[in-house]
Write a protein that binds this ligand. Structure first.
Ligand SMILES: CC(C)(COP(=O)(O)OP(=O)(O)OC[C@H]1O[C@@H](n2cnc3c(N)ncnc32)[C@H](O)[C@@H]1OP(=O)(O)O)[C@@H](O)C(=O)NCCC(=O)NCCS
Length: 332
């Protein structure tokens, strides 16, 4: 049976560093509060107007192609996971394809928030295994900084998020021992309004009103404690399910690359699973939560730093808005 391998990884973050102290100048927060509760020290924001997630994705895809040893023109399908698309429509994948000169190459947007990379991985894996495509660019990209509430009211959400993009080039593996072993994903919309943006909404007549801006329903809203509880329950549960189904024990894992939402969440999740702390990758301190980009960004950095190597068995769990959650098991 054909297996799907991660042939190459790439990432890109904008150069503007925003520290916790920078945010403390804008609203009532502190470096101590943010670090203690989340592990975040700084995040990246786009420099200028006019830079969307598809722009951040261009260098990430180029780096991933280079690492995969392919030319960008060989990409035969794009999957773009994002919760902050360049525009409501068309999808960011279409913008990205155009920027990469990939006219005619199919582009699918995935709107599954922090679990978007895992949903995209499951789709790409199915495409490749049934020989539909050979070189899929699976991208996670976000520009959060233009949509956050920089006032005391929005501080709980605003301190968490950062901008960035990452890409995995996926293709059929000629090595039976290497590749995507399993991806399990879930959703439960009963939690949809615990982490969401209420407006603008196509259900409203008219879709956008001045009141939405005045009432701040155009900014993300979150029930932080509720999300924390769900994340620390569902991420271990789905990880356990994937490990058991594949006869893999926690000791067999070389690395865990979780979605980077909160360092405390990931410490608790991996403690529940019994994973040794040194096997867990954290980069939230540098980038905050980059949502769909966070897993491939952390994995790409881990490869670049020599921490993740070919042949390593890697578990990647995620939880996010939707609620959506999942876990992937991959042999790099
Ligand atoms: C957001 C989160 C860090 C808040 O931590 P917490 O310990 O639950 O804190 P609470 O929300 O109970 O707030 C505690 C206090 O800090 C205050 N606070 C909230 N954000 C703050 C900030 N950025 N700076 C300073 N104080 C803040 C609150 O107003 C509250 O004050 P009060 O006690 O006077 O009412 C935490 O709930 C969390 O990480 N949840 C999951 C979020 C997440 O992962 N989202 C993305 C999922 S993909």
């Amino acid at each position: 049976m054909t297996r799907t391998a991660i042939l190459g990884l790439g990432h890109y973050v904008p150069s503007k560093v925003v520290t916790n102290d920078d945010l403390a100048k804008l609203f009532d927060t502190s470096d101590e509060w943010i670090q203690q509760r989340t592990g975040i020290k700084e995040r990246r924001y786009i420099e200028d107007s006019g830079t969307g997630p598809s722009d951040l994705a261009v260098p990430a895809v180029k780096m991933a192609c280079e690492n995969a040893g392919i030319d960008v023109s060989e990409v035969d399908a794009i999957i773009f996971a994002t919760l902050s698309p360049d525009h409501d429509f068309p999808g960011s994948g279409c913008f990205l394809g155009d920027k990469l000169g990939l006219a005619g190459v199919p582009a699918l947007d995935v709107r599954n928030q922090c679990s978007g990379f895992l949903y995209g991985l499951q789709v790409a894996d199915a495409w490749i295994r049934c020989r539909m495509y050979k070189r899929v660019a699976l991208v996670g990209g976000e520009v959060h900084s233009t949509g956050l509430d920089f006032s005391d009211e929005g501080r709980d959400v605003t301190v968490l998020f950062g901008d960035g993009a990452a890409c995995a080039i996926l293709g059929p593996s000629d090595d039976d021992d290497r590749g995507v072993i399993d991806v399990e994903v879930h959703a439960d919309g009963s939690g949809a309004k615990e982490l969401w943006i209420e407006g603008p909404t196509s259900a409203n007549v008219p879709r956008i009103t001045h009141e939405m801006i005045d009432d701040k329903t155009v900014f993300p809203a979150m029930n932080g404690r509720h999300v924390f509880r769900w994340a620390t329950t569902k991420m271990p549960e789905v990880s356990q399910s994937v490990l058991e189904r594949n006869g893999v024990s926690v000791e067999d894992l070389d690395l865990v690359v979780p979605h980077q939402a909160n360092k405390r969440i990931n410490e608790l999740v991996t403690k529940k699973l019994g994973v040794a702390p040194e096997k867990v990758v954290h980069n939230i301190q540098k980038y905050g939560n980059t949502t769909a980009a966070s897993i491939p960004l952390a994995l790409s950095e881990a490869v670049q730093e020599g921490r993740a190597k070919k042949g390593d068995l890697i578990l990647m769990p995620a939880f996010g808005s939707g609620f959506t959650w999942g876990a992937a098991l991959v042999r790099l």
